[in-house]
Design a protein around this ligand. Structure first.
Ligand code: BTN
Length: 263
């Protein structure tokens, strides 16, 4: 399944007619595909540029954390997407989650759900993370969308992370070679981002909510800057903000710099 090495040719082949919409590069090693692509974006790289790396030495995660992935155990890539002027960006990370979930559904993987703001879960364990970084100074705005997807259960992870991590090999189906897998994810992202460029997050809201693992469930939100907040998830608003029913009434959570945990 994942043994076939990831190559530009394999991705292009699997993309078919969409190959002309992407400019894919596969690196044996880099610090972070997001960092690399941000540099290229600042130098004018086109929308649809993709960098995948077999190994990252300084992978970046949300909330300023590192993203650990052992070579071969995970698919790590970043996609540069430039949206037309005046497209509202709010909800972009949630729309990306919808694209990834759709792609995995199409592969026949059951048990995929989303966790606000942008984790992809398999049977309620983390299967993939998304880190979106805006390109500094880009007008119109441009985003580097970084995705780390566990292929196999990561080796050498601390026990607590191992308990909460999932991998595609947990799914009970025959899986595609990595090049095809990347092409399937890019195809789904292309469809969603093209619609997002026209209508923003609103058309994805209902689907996102139906895929949210914690809808109507009690959670607490952890932040580096504030006390934990307890409440019940009541969906998201048209901007993608989480609606949390708390003791003090309904709160609108906009900061992606928080982590949600089931109570
Ligand atoms: C998270 O913390 O959940 C987001 C993790 C995002 C990791 C991916 S791996 C590819 C891309 N390059 C990076 O440095 N980070 C993202």
């Amino acid at each position: 399944m994942f043994e076939e090495p990831l190559s530009v040719a394999a991705v292009a082949d699997a993309l078919g007619d969409l190959a002309c919409r992407f400019d894919v590069d596969v690196l044996a090693e880099c610090d972070s595909t997001n960092a690399r692509l941000l540099t290229l974006a600042e130098a004018g790289a086109p929308s649809g540029s993709v960098i995948a790396a077999l190994r990252q030495t300084a992978g970046r995660g949300r909330r300023g954390r590192s993203w650990f992935s052992a070579p071969g155990d995970s698919l790590t890539f970043s996609l540069l997407w430039r949206l037309p002027p005046d497209t509202p960006w709010s909800g972009l990370s949630l729309a990306v989650g919808v694209a990834l979930a759709r792609a995995l559904d199409d592969m026949g993987i059951a048990g995929v759900s989303l966790k606000w703001p942008n984790d992809l879960l398999l049977n309620e364990r983390k299967l993939a993370g998304v880190l979106i970084e805006l390109v500094p100074g880009a007008r119109p705005a441009a985003a580097v969308i970084g995705i780390g997807l566990n292929l196999r259960r990561p080796r050498g992870l601390p026990d607590d992370l191992c308990r909460t991590a999932a991998a595609l090999t947990d799914a009970d189906i025959a899986l595609s070679p990595t090049g095809k897998l990347l092409a399937q994810l890019l195809t789904a992202l292309h469809a969603v981002l093209s619609d997002f460029a026209v209508s923003g997050f609103s058309p994805f809201r209902e689907e996102w909510q139906s895929r949210h693992a914690f809808n109507d469930r009690a959670v607490h939100l952890l932040s580096d800057y504030a006390e934990p907040l307890e409440g019940v998830c009541r969906g998201v608003d048209p901007d993608g903000a989480l609606l949390l029913e708390t003791g003090e009434g309904r709160q609108r959570i906009i900061s992606g710099e928080v982590s949600l945990r089931p109570s």
